[in-house]
Design a protein around this ligand. Structure first.
Ligand code: NAG
Ligand code: NAG
Ligand code: NAG
Ligand code: NAG
Length: 540
C-alpha cells in the first residue's frame, strides 16, 4: 500500500511543475487511488516456507550434470525436490561459508560470514561472540510475520542460546521421539526401520513434518485474509548421521547400482591440514569396532563404504518425501501461489571420496550444497543461473522477494549493527540469469591439528578451487598470509574431483599468484560492481 502512495506522490510533484491544471488533475488521481485502496482488501503479503536439511550434498536428481563434481552416483529418487527445482531459482553452484553445522547455519541465518559472527565451532553463540545480529526469521517477525520454527534450524543448545529465542513468535518445536531414537542412533551409523517399528516409534523428522503440516493449517486463515503472513521454518535432521530411515526408501537403491568412489585416495600433494579424520563417523559403535584410524590414504572396508553410501541416498530420499508432504499441504491450503519457498542443506558431505567422510574440510564436496528459492510470479518457469553463489546471499534474497525493506551491505566492522548483510540478493539473477554477479565465492575452515591455530581460507572461481591454510589470530580474527601451513590449487577444468593439488606445479605459478591475491582481497573485492540500488552498495 505504501509503495502505491509513494508513486502517487512522485506523480504529484513531477506534475506540479507542469502547471496548475495538471496539479489539480494529479490531486484527483491521488485521491481516487487512495479511495480505491480503502475500498479493496490489501493484497496479502507473501508468506515464507523455509525448509532446511542437514548434511545434504546437492545429490538431487535435478542437480546432476556439469555442476555436480563427481560422476559417481546412482540416479537419485528425489521427485519432490525435483518438482520444486523446476519452478525455482536453482542455485546449482551454491557454496557454504564453513562446512560444519553451526558456523554454516549461523552465517546463513545472520547473512554474515564466520569472521564476522566469530562462530567457527558448535559451542559459541553469535550473540555472545559476534554481535546482536538480526536473523532471517527475526527480521520477518519484526515486520509483522508470524515466525514459527521447528526441528533443526539453528544448531541446538548452547550454540544458539536454545534455538535463538529472539527469532520466533511462538515456542520452538522439537520432535519428542528424538528421545527414543537418540540412544539407538549412537549404536548404528545407519538403520532401515520397518513399518511396524515406525508405527510404534515414529522417526523424529516424520514428527517434524507432521508438526509443520499442523502449523500451516493454523497460520493459513490469517495469511489468506491478509491479517498476518507467516514465516514457517522446518528443519529436517536427515540425511545427517545416523542414517536412520523408513525401510521402503532403500528399494530405490538396489545394491547393484551402488559403486565405490573411484578416488579413494587423498589428493596428490595434499597438505595434511586439508585432512579431517572424520571422528564424527568413527564414534558410532558399528564403525568404532572396525578400528579405522581416519588417517590420510586409509578408509573404511569396501562393504561398509557401499552400505554407508546406500543408506545415505535412502535417508536423502526420505527427507525428499517429507519435504513433499509439507509442500503438499501448502497446496491443499491454496497457499502455494502466495508463499515463497526456500530450501537449503547446511553443507556438503564426503561419502568416501578421497577416502574422506563427513564434512569438516574445504574440499568442493564439503562446501558445495543445494539451494532452491521459489518466488511465485518470478521463478515459476524455473531459472538456473550458471553463477557461483553463497549461503550469505539467501537473507537479502528472501527480504527482496517478500518486498520487505532491503538490508544494506555491512561495513567492515558491523559488530554494532543489527541489520546488514555480507551477501547479495539473488533476485536480480532470477529476473536475468546473466545479470552482473560475483565471480568468486569464499569458504573457510579452522584447524588446530597438525599445526596450531590455522584457518584454511578457500575460494572457488569458475575454473579453480584455491586454498591457503594461514596462521590465524583468534583475538583479532585476522589471518597472517605470510605464515602458511599449506596451499592447495585444484583445476576444475581438468580435475573436477580435486585429485591433484597443483599449487606447487611450476606451470600454475602465474595463476596461483593471481588466485592468491584474489583470496587475500576477500569477498568484498569479488562483489559485482554493478548494482541498481547503489544506495545499498558500500565500497571497501
Ligand atoms: C538485541 O537486539 C534486539 C532487537 O533490536 C533488542 O530488543 C535487544 O535489546 C538487543 N539486545 C542486546 C543485548 O543488545
Ligand atoms: C595418498 O595417495 C596418493 C595416491 O596414491 C598419493 O599421491 C599421495 O602422495 C598420498 N598422500 C599421502 C600423504 O601419503
Ligand atoms: C579392533 O581392536 C580391538 C582391540 O585391540 C580388537 O580386539 C579387535 O579385534 C579389532 N577389530 C578389528 C576389526 O580389527
Ligand atoms: C496457482 O497458479 C497456478 C499457475 O498459475 C494455477 O494453475 C493455480 O490455479 C493457482 N492456484 C491457486 C490456488 O490460485
Amino acid at each position: 500500500m505504501s509503495s502505491v502512495c509513494i508513486i502517487a506522490d512522485k506523480n504529484l510533484s513531477r506534475l506540479t511543475m507542469a502547471g496548475t491544471e495538471l496539479r489539480k488533475l494529479a490531486l484527483w488521481v491521488t485521491i481516487l487511488t487512495l479511495v480505491q485502496l480503502g475500498a479493496t482488501q490489501p493484497a496479502p503479503r507473501k508468506n515464507v516456507l523455509f525448509l532446511v536439511s542437514d548434511d545434504m550434498r546437492p545429490e538431487i536428481n535435478s542437480f546432476l550434470g556439469p555442476d555436480f563434481p563427481t560422476p559417481i552416483h546412482p540416479t537419485m529418487f528425489t521427485p519432490n525436490l525435483d518438482e520444486l527445482a523446476g519452478r525455482s531459482l536453482m542455485l546449482a553452484r551454491s557454496y557454504v561459508q564453513q562446512a560444519v553445522c553451526s558456523p554454516s547455519r549461523t552465517s546463513l541465518l545472520t547473512g554474515r560470514r564466520p569472521d564476522t559472527t566469530h562462530v567457527y565451532d558448535l559451542v559459541k553463540y553469535f550473540r555472545h561472540v559476534g554481535g546482536n545480529f538480526t536473523t532471517i526469521p527475526q527480521y520477518f517477525k519484526q515486520h509483522g510475520y508470524m515466525s514459527v520454527g521447528m526441528g533443526k534450524i539453528f544448531h541446538p543448545g548452547h550454540a544458539s542460546g536454545g534455538d535463538d529465542p529472539p527469532s520466533w513468535s511462538v515456542p520452538y518445536y522439537h520432535a519428542p521421539s528424538a528421545k527414543y531414537w537418540g540412544p539407538i542412533g549412537r549404536r548404528h551409523s545407519w538403520l532401515a526401520v520397518d513399518e511396524s517399528t515406525e508405527r510404534q516409534h515414529p522417526l523424529p523428522d516424520s514428527e517434524t513434518a507432521q508438526n509443520a503440516i499442523e502449523t500451516l493449517r493454523k497460520v493459513a486463515p490469517k495469511a489468506k485474509s491478509g491479517e498476518q503472513p507467516f514465516f514457517v521454518a522446518v528443519g529436517f535432521h536427515k540425511p545427517h548421521l545416523p542414517f536412520i530411515f523408513p525401510e521402503k526408501f532403500i528399494q530405490h537403491y538396489p545394491e547393484s547400482v551402488i559403486r565405490l568412489p573411484d578416488n579413494q585416495y587423498a589428493p596428490v600433494d595434499m597438505p595434511p591440514e586439508a585432512w579431517s579424520e572424520y571422528g564424527e563417523l568413527r564414534h558410532y559403535s558399528d564403525i568404532a569396532k572396525l578400528n579405522a584410524s581416519g588417517h590420510i590414504n586409509t578408509t573404511l572396508p569396501k562393504d561398509v563404504v557401499l552400505q554407508l553410501r546406500r543408506a545415505y541416498y535412502s535417508a536423502l530420499s526420505y527427507t525428499d518425501s517429507l519435504i513433499g508432504d509439507v509442500i503438499g499441504e501448502l497446496k491443499n491450503l491454496g497457499l502455494e501461489n502466495n508463499t515463497i519457498i526456500s530450501f537449503w542443506g547446511d553443507h556438503g558431505w564426503q561419502l568416501g571420496e578421497h577416502g574422506e567422510w563427513c564434512k569438516h574440510t574445504n574440499f568442493e564436496l564439503a562446501t558445495h550444497a543445494p539451494m532452491l528459492v521459489y518466488v511465485p510470479g518470478i521463478t515459476d518457469k524455473g531459472i538456473k543461473p550458471e553463477k557461483l553463489t553463497e549461503f550469505v546471499d539467501l537473507f537479502p534474497t528472501l527480504v527482496e522477494a517478500a518486498g520487505l525493506p532491503l538490508i544494506p551491505l555491512c561495513p567492515k566492522d558491523s559488530s554494532k549493527i543489527e541489520v546488514c548483510t555480507e551477501g547479495q540478493s539473488m533476485i536480480p539473477l532470477a529476473r536475468d540469469p546473466s545479470a552482473p554477479w560475483k565471480q568468486r565465492v569464499f569458504s573457510q575452515y579452522p584447524r588446530s591439528y597438525p599445526v596450531k591455530e590455522v584457518m584454511g581460507y578457500t575460494m572457488r572461481t569458475e575454473k579453480y578451487r584455491y586454498t591457503e591454510w594461514a596462521k590465524f589470530n583468534y583475538k583479532t580474527y585476522m589471518p597472517d598470509w605470510t605464515s602458511l601451513a599449506g596451499v592447495e590449487l585444484y583445476d576444475h577444468v581438468t580435475d573436477d574431483e580435486e585429485n591433484h593439488n597443483k599449487a606447487n606445479d611450476p606451470s600454475y605459478k602465474k595463476i596461483r599468484n593471481t588466485l592468491s591475491q584474489q583470496l587475500h582481497q576477500g569477498w568484498r573485492a569479488a562483489l559485482p560492481n554493478v548494482r541498481d540500488n547503489t544506495l545499498y552498495f558500500t565500497p571497501v
